[in-house]
Ligand binder design. Structure first.
Ligand SMILES: [Fe+2]
Length: 290
């Protein structure tokens, strides 16, 4: 039965299935297949590649950073509305909503391009947890990046989604040590990415797939080994009720470039947002999310 008393969220029905809750609690990530269509993938690639090749021709509302083996475009939706299909993606938001009591706020949406590069001998990939730029001392929990589970609900107040625009074979792209989102034990210096105790995993993905992960997971990226560049769009969400991770979004000056839903998604707000209500209504009616 649905009980909504005041702002108490604990009685909200979860948008996650019991299997998804169990899997995310155990591993700290979920893989969603084909959250955007192949046609959308192609359109996004065409637009992003054009900006990366001709940064001077990109709209002034976005920043395009190009290095020899790496490129970053940020914040994507201010460059072209099609990228709202990643941050406002209903299939991804259903999961994100279920992890933070239906109240996500987007504070970053960026595309990362990673090219194959010569690797100096002995250089290894590194793992990290995302922070707000402040490392909390041992024994303290970072309230901006917390993970809790109780009473059949999960509260993961900082969640990333990574939607790939290219196929990703194993041993490439996103890597993580499953389960580390829950650990309160410091990552031992003696344990590396290929350790035998808890080796980092990689995932075979098809263009259009989405990885949803807790930013408390020990994670990173494998060296890219393919002849084509890795192209991945990261959306970062925090619990809208409290958190303002940074003040970059929304950009008031360019508010006219994004939709009302996107603006609301980027804004700190206590109540349920319109897009969230829309998703909940669709779930109630058993309609398919897009
Ligand atoms: Fe990270």
């Amino acid at each position: 039965m649905l009980i909504r008393g005041g702002d108490s969220a604990i009685n909200l029905p979860s948008t996650l299935t019991e299997e998804e809750k169990w899997y995310f609690d155990l591993h700290g990530y979920l893989i969603l297949r084909q959250v955007i269509t192949p046609d959308e993938v192609l359109q996004m690639l065409k637009i992003a590649n054009n900006w990366l090749e001709h940064p001077d021709q990109a709209p002034e509302s976005i920043k395009v950073m190009v290095e020899e083996y790496r490129g970053v475009i940020n914040p994507l939706p201010y460059g072209h509305r099609i990228f709202e299909r990643t941050s406002l993606n209903q299939k991804a938001l259903r999961i994100v909503m279920g992890l933070m009591w239906n109240r996500p706020r987007l504070f970053n949406c960026a595309l990362v391009q990673q090219k194959r590069k010569p690797i100096p001998k002995g250089e290894e990939e590194k793992l990290h947890r995302d922070t707000s730029g402040f490392d909390f001392p041992d024994g303290f929990r970072n309230p901006h990046n917390d993970y809790q589970a109780g009473n059949g609900q999960i509260y993961s107040n900082y969640v990333n989604t990574a939607i790939t625009l290219v196929d990703v074979p194993k041993d490439n792209g996103f890597t993580c040590i499953p389960g580390t989102h829950k650990s309160q034990i410091d990552f031992p210096d003696t344990i590396g990415i290929d350790n035998e105790w808890a080796p980092a995993e990689t995932f075979e993905l098809t263009a259009g797939d989405c990885l949803v992960f807790s930013s408390r997971l020990m994670h990173g990226a494998r060296f890219w080994k393919m002849g084509y560049p890795r192209m991945v769009i990261f959306n970062r969400y925090q619990f809208s009720f409290y958190f303002n991770e940074n003040y970059n979004l929304p950009i008031e000056k360019y508010k006219h470039l994004i939709s009302a839903d996107q603006y609301e998604l980027e804004s700190v707000q206590r109540g349920e947002k319109a897009f969230a209500k829309h998703i909940l209504k669709k779930l109630d009616k058993g309609e398919e999310l897009c």
